[in-house]
Design a protein around this ligand. Structure first.
Ligand SMILES: [Zn+2]
Length: 463
């Protein structure tokens, strides 16, 4: 008996050590992770947020790569349009178009970013799509890689091959903020969100001078709709929602957190109307804010009225005002609006979880979060799964290039799988549930959130 107890204790001790070491070490080495990874990689993902431009951009870029001197290069471009450059320098493209000169300067900057998630998210592009180790490239190999990447722009199916087949993403929701009301130039595997960034401050036609594609007044003029009062303005907004939905928009997006605080007061129409019809130079910042606040509240109402989920950029932007806690008044007062807090509110990932815990009309989209910090991303997934039901979490790639989309997709799949595997190894989740939750985050939750996507996916499956 004594011997048996001793043996049991020894086994428990050894098992305990294994759990501790697996928890403290790399969960990616465990069989649990490997099994989950294989099965989750096979999930046809739905990417809820991207800035992919359409195939027409290929010709434009090829022209830049091949002009003499060249004004751009494929390798430069993929880094330039990724998130590596956020808050971090990258050597500009040299005026003489000399790739070697660019690479020599950029190379020393990459050295300082080896551990950054925004850098590491790009590495799968090179290993998986081009079979090279980016971190050990010689200048000659870098040049050769650049030429191979450039050639992919000749292939009209590169987007389909990389995103649909290699990254195993079935459908992508694109935020074409550069052309929010014209969504026709996207890939066959994309759908659109209606971007409302500029619409919240359209108190005067001059606000659209630099944003003609967003011009509400031009939209109204084409339809003979008056825009003589704030009420008219909101009525035109309503019409934009109707037409966007008819054209296939599956949700509404607002990224005002780049320009202002996310604290939107409940403002009276009388106060908001004081800014209407007047150019910016005649208005105080308080007057402008009141107008924007009023319109943001109306956007939240219109999103509910037209049954379009409302994707709101929270966190990392103008960070002094982008804490998602600032949105709580709007969320609480609009229970019929489906708010999707983007980027997990990074770095306020716990606050986002708490908001979703408190308000059932909130969903959390982890888009961009693992790219800003893989560790925080993993922590975010784990904490959210502690707090809220697993059918309220989504993901997105948030990239503007085909290659970049691949890197981010692979990196995010890994982060989600790692978070789930850690819970399984810690005995906090059964493996079968982890697998089901992984499928929800990668695919099922988006299909449930955006019902029209399901029809689209089914019709694509028949092709
Ligand atoms: Zn984005």
């Amino acid at each position: 008996m004594k011997r048996f107890v001793g043996g049991f204790l020894t086994v428990s001790f050894v098992l305990g050590l294994f759990v501790i070491s697996a928890g403290a070490g790399d969960v990616k080495r465990t069989d649990v992770y490997k099994r989950l990874k294989k099965q989750l990689d096979a999930v046809r993902a739905i990417d809820t947020h991207s800035h992919l431009r359409g195939p027409s951009q290929r010709a434009e870029l090829l022209g830049q790569f091949r002009s003499k001197p060249s004004t751009n290069s494929a390798l430069f471009w993929v880094w330039r349009r990724g998130y590596y450059t956020g808050g971090h320098p990258m050597k500009r493209w040299p005026a003489d178009g000399d790739f070697g000169k660019w690479w020599a300067g950029a190379q020393s900057e990459f050295q300082n970013s080896r551990a950054r998630s925004a850098y590491r998210t790009m590495l799968p592009i090179f290993t998986d799509l081009y079979g090279v180790d980016f971190e050990t490239l010689t200048p000659e190999q870098a040049k050769e890689l650049d030429e191979r990447m450039e050639k992919t722009y000749e292939d009209p199916d590169w987007g389909e091959k990389v995103i649909r087949r290699r990254a195993n993403t079935e459908l992508v929701i694109v935020d074409s903020y550069w052309r929010p009301m014209n969504v026709r130039d996207h890939y066959p595997f994309t759908v659109s969100t209606l971007n409302t960034n500029v619409l919240i401050h359209g108190f005067h036609p001059s606000e659209f001078a630099a944003y003609q594609a967003h011009d509400l007044y031009a939209f109204a003029a084409k339809r003979n709709l008056p825009v003589k009062s704030l009420d008219d303005y909101i009525a035109v907004l309503d019409r934009i929602f109707v037409e966007a939905k008819k054209a296939g928009a599956v949700c509404v997006k607002n990224a005002s957190a780049y320009d202002r605080t996310l604290q939107f007061d409940r403002v009276s129409k009388t106060l908001a109307a004081k800014a209407f019809g007047r150019p910016r130079k005649e208005l105080s910042p308080e007057r402008i804010k009141a107008f924007e606040d009023y319109v943001f509240w109306r956007l939240a109402e219109l999103a509910a009225k037209h049954d379009l989920p409302f994707q709101v950029h929270t966190g990392h932007a103008k960070i002094e005002g982008s804490n998602p806690m600032n949105l709580v008044n709007v969320i609480a007062a609009n229970p019929k609006t489906k708010f999707i807090l983007f980027h997990g509110g990074f770095p306020w990932v716990s606050e986002s979880g708490a908001i979703a815990l408190r308000y059932p009309n909130v969903w959390l989209d982890s888009v961009w979060m693992p790219v800003l910090s893989y560790e925080m991303g993993k922590r975010g997934y784990k904490e959210w799964l502690d707090m809220i039901s697993s059918d309220r979490i989504m993901w997105g790639s948030d990239m503007a290039t085909v290659d970049g989309t691949y890197g981010t997709t692979v990196y995010t799949r890994q982060c989600i799988t790692e978070a789930l595997a850690e819970k399984v190894v810690a005995g906090e989740l059964r493996e079968s549930d982890a697998l089901r939750i992984g499928r929800q985050i990668l695919r099922e939750n988006a299909l449930k959130m955006f019902p029209t996507i399901r029809e689209r996916v089914e019709s694509m499956d028949k092709r």
